[in-house]
Design a protein around this ligand. Structure first.
Ligand SMILES: [Mg+2]
Length: 163
């Protein structure tokens, strides 16, 4: 089976404004050209996968099902651009709110969600990229063997600089 290339994206601060603990679409503010950036990579046959820490679930601020609904709305808003995010992988774990069902290894800077995505979606990590706005994104990508680009400005420009 042919393995797929993937553009991994952090969520808050990378595709939307990081306002903290976002779980409602009304608080999900797309960053400039983020939809175009996703469209660009999608058209080049990249899987688009979000890898994001969402400790708000462990903290009890919101529930997993809130994330599921938000994901649907995010993808609805991408329909006009004829693209989508193939999968959202979230780490709900936080060390201060230990809940057994959430894995520490998934929380960036740990690379666990990259390996989960690789296994579930048949991704070739060596042909893939990660873009994020934090050092923890970079560390996680490096541990997973995924090339990393720090988002400094417009996401479309960043995507075009690597693929
Ligand atoms: Mg971020």
């Amino acid at each position: 089976m042919i393995m797929k290339k993937c553009l991994f994206l952090d969520r808050d601060g990378t595709i939307n404004k990081n306002l903290g603990y976002i779980y409602k679409y009304e608080n999900f503010i797309w960053l400039k050209d983020a939809k175009k950036a996703i469209q660009y990579a999608y058209k080049k046959d990249y899987l688009i996968v979000i890898i994001s820490n969402q400790s708000g679930v462990s903290r009890g601020y919101f529930k997993k099902k809130d994330c599921d609904l938000l994901n649907l709305k995010i993808n609805e808003s991408l329909k006009k651009f004829k693209c989508k995010i193939h999968k959202f992988y979230y780490a709900f774990y936080h060390p201060n709110f230990k809940k057994k069902k959430y894995k520490a290894s998934y929380r960036k800077p740990n690379p666990g969600l990259f390996f989960l995505a690789k296994k579930k979606m048949n991704i070739d990590l060596s042909k893939s990229f990660m873009i994020g706005d934090l050092k923890s994104d970079q560390i996680a990508a490096k541990k997973a063997g995924v090339r990393f680009k720090l988002k400094r400005n417009n996401l479309l420009k960043e995507v075009k600089s690597i693929i």
